[in-house]
Design a protein around this ligand. Structure first.
Ligand code: GLU
Length: 315
């Protein structure tokens, strides 16, 4: 792969956690990488709390996440942005899509709609188009069922391709996806696109488990006339079972690593080494990492952790 450098003025980046609990090692590694991508190219680095799904937000989680990021030596420009405070912006964007005839009400089951918004990592099943061509009479009939409709974007199964800084050329068929849930909450894809543009984010650095969401976001950015950022989907961490790292895998948070006797600096060094940015066992401070950072040095594979590495400290 050639050397990757974003064009001047487009290096601003962000880390956008969901405050649903403490960050785990995988989230922390993504945060470190997002910060390195932005700062090494002299871009700003923003932090955004993706707290639209009130049912999943945990009180105090955002503060705890900020403390952990700080403990790793990461800093952020400007105030932390909270999506829950920006509902007007999302409403405006949805209104523009409605005015352009690009969305339609969808009366399909809530379970399917929730899967599309609250679990951005799972690829939602392709929407079969059930509500796409309903007549006015059919809509009235479906509305009588009582369930408020979601709004779906009319994507017409377009194939959307983009060049990822780490994964190369990626392409996906985009089915009609939800931009507003039945309960009125804006969907993840809509909010991300609006916020990345509003914050002037030029490069989106996030876990490779989210790569499937990118074509949808590009379709939305185009429909809303917003600039398209560059993308770098970074490798994610896996537990011993080969699944995406999660709380259930053991000692995965900074607090749990501390209980095992590891300092935040040691965790940072381990995170850097796990992705090829430092030698195992070397102390890797942020200044040193920044000075040496080159995206093409990242090892592209997901890291699988062993049982011993995740065993909690004895009580
Ligand atoms: N909020 C998402 C997450 O915590 C990340 C969204 C993004 O980076 O676009 O997985």
């Amino acid at each position: 792969m050639g050397s990757y450098l974003p064009p001047p003025g487009t290096a601003d980046g962000r880390f956008a956690p969901s405050p649903t609990g403490p960050l785990h090692l995988g989230n922390l590694r993504t945060a470190l990488l997002a910060w390195l991508f932005a700062r090494s190219a002299r871009g700003a680095s923003y932090l955004r709390m993706e707290d639209l799904d009130a049912a999943r937000v945990r009180p105090g989680a955002a503060t705890g996440q900020l403390e952990d990021l700080h403990a790793l030596g990461l800093d952020w420009d400007g105030p932390v942005l909270h999506q829950a405070h920006r509902l007007d912006l999302y409403r405006d964007a949805i209104g523009r899509l409605e005015a352009a005839g690009l969305v339609y009400p969808c009366y399909c089951s809530r379970a399917e709609i929730r899967a599309a918004v609250s679990a951005p990592h799972k690829s939602a099943p392709a929407y079969p188009g059930t509500c796409r061509e309903l007549s006015r009479a059919q809509r009235t009939e479906r509305a009588r069922g009582g369930r408020p409709p979601a709004l779906r974007f009319r994507a017409d199964s377009a194939t959307v391709a983009f060049d990822d800084a780490l994964l190369g050329r990626c392409a996906e068929i985009v089915d009609d996806f939800v931009v507003r849930r039945g309960d009125g909450a804006p969907a993840y894809n809509l909010a991300v696109v609006v916020d990345d543009a509003a914050q002037g984010v030029g490069q989106v650095v996030r876990g490779a488990d989210l790569v499937e969401t990118t074509p949808r976001q590009l379709v939305l950015a185009r429909a809303l006339g917003l600039p398209e950022p560059a993308f770098a989907h970074v490798p994610i961490l896996h537990g011993p079972d080969g699944r995406r790292l999660a709380k259930r895998h053991g000692a995965v948070t900074l607090a749990e690593r501390r209980e095992r006797g590891e300092s935040p600096a040691e965790v940072r060094s381990w995170l850097a080494a796990s992705v090829g940015l430092a030698e195992p066992g070397d102390a890797a401070d942020t200044a040193g990492l920044l000075a040496r950072f080159k995206p093409e040095r990242l090892s592209g594979c997901a890291t699988r952790l062993g049982f011993e590495e995740l065993t909690p400290a004895a009580a």
